[in-house]
Design a protein around this ligand. Structure first.
Ligand code: NAD
Length: 259
């Protein structure tokens, strides 16, 4: 049912986005890969995805630049005829007390983690309406529902993304287009791994203790979430079983936000 459709996945050269791209490719979905990285590594990933039997093109749009986001959607439509699935996933993190938070980091996090979803969504909706089918998936976070100290920009952007998700869902509800969010707890991707040494130093504890006592402190299952679990949930949201699921979020956080 999803085979032959086309998905743009922002920030898919690494981590969760890459996991979703590979999960989608196994279902026959053509992929627009996006994100930063070494060109040789990105080409290797692109070929790996094509070897799964789908077409995959890479677009290097910077999620802080609305013109580049619009151009990425146009490139996808030119290449594949339409875009049926959009996954707004690109994201960055910066951890700092609010009074020390660098304003340029604030602006980048708001742009990449929140505003880019506005720019990509407004560009794909006309194509989804023309096709009479569309799925928008916003990768938010447990931090879209609850806060943690020192993550003011990230928590703000993810709360905002959930509000945007609900609004879009209502606007396109009768066009066979759904908009939903996934709110993961901690996933061991480069975004999280980068925080471990700094947190260990700041708290004077080992990296293992950071994982167990800090990152997994609120995750009641005491397990990190895997990218495959997120990809599987995204595929479910794209399926016919989920056609009446819209304007909501699915938490995959080991019970974090239940407590
Ligand atoms: P990651 O660092 O592994 O991947 C981030 C991706 O975004 C990379 O492909 C990177 O190149 C891309 N990116 C960064 N800045 C960009 C820009 N300006 N333009 C285009 N692409 C850009 O991180 P991840 O953990 O896979 O995070 C993916 C998403 O999942 C983020 O939105 C993050 O907030 C969310 N999330 C992550 C976790 C976690 O524990 N890892 C938990 C909840 C939510």
């Amino acid at each position: 049912m999803l085979s032959g459709k086309t998905a743009i996945i922002t920030g898919s050269t690494s981590g969760i986005g890459l996991g979703i791209a590979k999960g989608f490719a196994t279902e026959g979905i053509n992929i627009i890969l996006n994100g930063f990285g070494n060109p040789k590594d990105i080409e290797r990933l692109r070929l790996e995805i094509e070897h799964m039997g789908v077409s995959c093109i890479y677009n290097n749009a910077d999620m802080t630049k609305p013109d580049e986001i619009m151009a990425m959607v146009e490139e996808a439509v030119d290449a594949f005829g339409s875009v049926e699935i959009l996954v707004n996933n690109a994201g960055i993190q910066h951890v700092s007390p609010v009074e020390d938070f660098p304003p340029e980091q604030w602006d980048d996090i708001i742009a990449i983690n929140m505003s880019s979803a506005f720019h990509s969504t407004r560009a794909v909706i006309p194509h989804m309406k023309k096709q009479g089918w569309g799925r928008i998936i916003n990768i938010a976070s447990a931090h879209g529902l609850v806060a943690s100290p020192y993550k003011s920009a990230y928590v703000t952007a993810k709360h905002g993304l959930l509000g945007f998700n609900k609004t879009v869902a209502l606007e396109v509800a009768q066009d066979n287009i759904t908009s939903n969010a996934i709110c993961p707890g901690y996933v061991l991707t480069p975004l999280v791994e980068k925080q471990i040494p700094d947190t260990a130093k700041a708290r004077g504890i080992s990296e293992e203790e950071v994982k167990r006592d800090v990152l997994l402190a609120a995750q009641w299952t005491k397990k990190f979430v895997s990218v495959e679990e997120i990809a599987g949930t995204a595929l479910f949201l794209c399926s016919d079983y989920a056609q009446n699921i819209t304007g909501t979020h699915i938490s995959i956080d080991g019970g974090w936000t239940a407590a």
